[in-house]
Write a protein that binds this ligand. Structure first.
Ligand code: ATP
Ligand code: MG
Length: 670
């Protein structure tokens, strides 16, 4: 695909453009949620390739989950740079380990055990430590953390203390250090390696073998890391080895979204990047393109300006609906009411795929799945569905590959639909929910994807079959038109027009096991990730309990931010009052400031003889009342406030906003 580099840059704002065009040397991009980090780096890569500055095969884009890597890859493909490698650290390391192992070690790579439970249980048994599942899970978490943080068993007690890791009930820090040694022995005896060993062993090979290091370094010369706040010491070590003495690295991250520190992720690598690379270009993105100002305001209020290196978000979208807050009697009612709400919106014209229901723990999914099924609303549990491991999906893919030669001249969608029918699929969904519905939905996803493909001229059946194969490799399944049910962890990097954040009560958010300060801070960041997934509408809710006494309480993080739903009578009274006051009340919490701004406008009109709309429209005053600008620059970003209005009224408007806030500033313009 031939893409004009200048055209690529036109889709970016000035800061994103700087990030995209600063092609050599180290670059650090710190940016808040929804500010276009992923957009900036995908355009950076596309610009580098299409401008001829960097050959695509020398670029390695890295991230942390298969899903995020799939997302990166499909965005790169859309920009005409599908040949660029976008991988997780783990998959990039594994590919290299597989390739170089025979030469460096001999034979084949040992079996990789992604789950540590059995090995850890055997190690615990040897040491007469508890082997029940909770204890073993705690041991696994500590082993994983220590290996990701590159902490050797003998250093573990000191490092765990320094990192304020709580001692699990089943073993002291000293006992866990002994368990870590036993775990390594068991692993060695079984001739297997674990997830972290893939990176550790590769790092060892690169450090020891200069010839292999040189070959790897001549292949990959430019590194881009998305979500860099999630990097662990082990991944950082491998990154440095990949780089060698070079410094063509661009890292992008948001400290406020570090939500994997339980597994060794550390935002310190992002924040200290300029110290490690003193020549680094530093770029900050803070314009939130994703969410409405009301959603951004809630996110900012939760995290606080500059908290732990976070970036305060600046909204740029027009005002939307107020954030909704609801308290339900019990979990079933919460699920039922949310499903009913979604049902109504679908009738009004929304697509099921516009909605996401997010929760803290996967156990919470069940009730929502049932409530949606009862209303006939399709849903998918994100992170759970194994799209490409379904037998029926693999059969259809094989059949399509077979058709690619013989049916190349027929319309793409017809061939795909016919192939699906031959494999037993029918256009009407099965009546029952559960597995058969999930299979039907997966196959429908293939048809929907084919329809999208058919819209682009020149797309062939062979290309479609290859796209499916590549999606299978990167675990990037087609997205069905269904409500997404997903945990806050899996929601990272994604976005939906309407988001329901459920279970916002103590015990679920923060989850009851989060007791230490560090774990509580991580829970708060998780909530921040959840809030910032919403583009247009956000609803927060919790259930008082399932008969619990006393009833559940609202999450400590939201206590001061929760707006209690007004009763029907109060809503009616307010509406009547608003009608008398002759202005539409779209933001009931800001009527006081709005009224003050209207009074100011009345004075200006009286003095100048101008009409109200010539001075400032109601909609602009309402925006000022909701957004509460602190500076002239912030004021200038509000739609309808141009340079002339700032020059004439800017200081007066800031004075009114500040006095409503209770701030007395000698010079409101500062
Ligand atoms: P997260 O922190 O959740 O990973 P992010 O910073 O990576 O978010 P993106 O996903 O790249 O943000 O972008 C968020 C949304 O804003 C997307 O819908 C994207 O298309 C849109 N967006 C980003 N930059 C711009 C821009 N300059 N103009 C218009 N829309 C933009
Ligand atoms: Mg992103």
């Amino acid at each position: 695909m031939d893409v004009n580099p200048a055209f690529l840059l036109s889709a970016l704002d000035p800061h994103q453009r700087e990030a995209a065009t600063c092609l050599s040397g180290p670059v650090q991009i710190r940016a808040g949620a929804g500010t276009g980090k992923t957009r900036a780096i995908t355009h950076r890569i596309a610009y580098a390739v299409h401008s001829g500055a960097v050959p695509g095969e020398h670029i390695l884009a890295l991230t942390f989950t298969e899903r995020a890597a799939g997302e990166l890859k499909s965005r790169l493909r859309a920009l005409g740079v599908g040949n660029v490698q976008a991988r997780t650290f783990h998959s990039a390391a594994l590919a290299q380990l597989r390739y170089f192992w025979p030469e460096a070690v001999g034979g084949c790579v040992p079996q990789i055990r992604e789950n540590k439970v059995t090995l850890a249980a055997q190690a615990a048994h040897r040491l007469n430590m508890p082997t029940n599942i909770d204890a073993v899970r705690d041991f696994c978490a500590e082993i994983e953390w220590a290996k990701s943080a590159m902490v050797a068993p003998e250093d573990y007690p000191r490092a765990a203390l320094a990192a304020r890791r709580e001692e699990p009930a089943a073993g002291s820090h000293r006992e866990i250090a002994r368990l870590m040694k036993a775990y390594e022995e068991v692993k060695c005896e079984r001739g297997v390696i674990d997830f972290e060993d893939v990176l550790l062993v590769l790092a060892g090979i690169i450090a020891d073998r200069k010839d292999i290091a040189a070959r790897i370094r001549s292949q990959y010369r430019y590194f881009i890391v998305d979500e860099y706040q999630d990097v662990s010491a082990l991944q950082e070590c491998l990154l440095r080895l990949w780089l060698g003495r070079r410094n063509d690295i661009c890292v992008v991250g948001d400290a406020a979204q570090t939500i994997f520190s339980f597994a060794g992720a550390e935002a310190k690598f992002l924040l200290s990047f300029p110290q490690r690379y003193p020549s680094a270009a530093q770029i900050v993105l803070d314009r939130d393109y994703r969410s409405t100002p009301q959603i951004v305001a809630l996110a900012n209020a939760l995290i606080g300006a500059g908290d732990g290196g976070s970036v305060r978000l600046r909204p740029v979208k027009p005002l939307g609906n107020p954030v909704g807050f609801a308290v339900y009697r019990d979990d079933a009612q919460e699920a039922e009411k949310i499903a009913a709400h979604i049902g109504r919106k679908i009738v009004e014209g929304r697509k099921p795929a516009d909605f996401a229901i997010l929760y803290r723990t996967n156990m919470q999914a069940d009730l929502f799945e049932r409530a949606l099924a009862e209303k006939g609303i399709p849903c998918r549990i994100n992170g759970n569905e194994k799209f490409f491991s379904r037998r029926q999906v693999r059969e259809v893919m094989a059949a399509l590959r077979g058709q690619a030669g013989s049916c190349a001249d027929l319309p793409l969608t017809d061939v795909v639909e016919e192939t699906l029918r031959l494999c037993g699929w029918r256009p009407t969904p099965p009546a029952e929910s559960g597995e058969s519905f999930a299979v039907w939905q997966a196959l429908r996803g293939i048809l929907d994807l084919a329809r999208q493909w058919a819209q682009e001229e020149g797309n062939t059946l062979r290309g479609f079959a290859e796209d499916l194969a590549e999606r299978a490799q990167t675990d990037n399944p087609p997205q069905p038109d269904a409500v997404t049910l997903c945990s806050l962890h899996s929601a990272k990097g994604l976005e939906w027009p309407v988001v329901f954040l459920t279970g916002m009560s103590e015990g679920l958010m923060p989850v009851s096991r989060a007791k230490t300060e560090a774990l509580l801070a991580e829970e708060k960041r998780l909530l921040y990730v959840g809030i910032t997934r919403a583009r247009e509408e956000l609803y927060l809710s919790y259930a008082q309990g399932n008969g619990q006494r006393p009833p559940r309480k609202v999450s400590r993080f939201l206590r001061d931010l929760w707006r209690h739903e007004a009763s029907a009578a109060t809503r009616k009274r307010r509406a009547q009052k608003a009608a008398q006051a002759d202005f539409p009340v779209r933001h009931p919490n800001d009527t006081k400031l709005f009224a003050a701004l209207c009074a100011w406008r009345g004075e200006v009109c009286a003095e100048s003889g101008k009409t109200e709309s010539a001075v400032m429209h109601d909609s602009v005053l309402r925006s000022i009342a909701v957004l509460r600008p602190r500076t002239l620059e912030e004021l200038g970003r509000i739609r309808g406030v141009g340079m002339t209005k700032i020059a004439r009224y800017g200081t007066d408007l800031l004075r009114i906003v500040n006095s409503d806030r209770g701030i007395r500033t000698p010079d409101a313009a500062q």
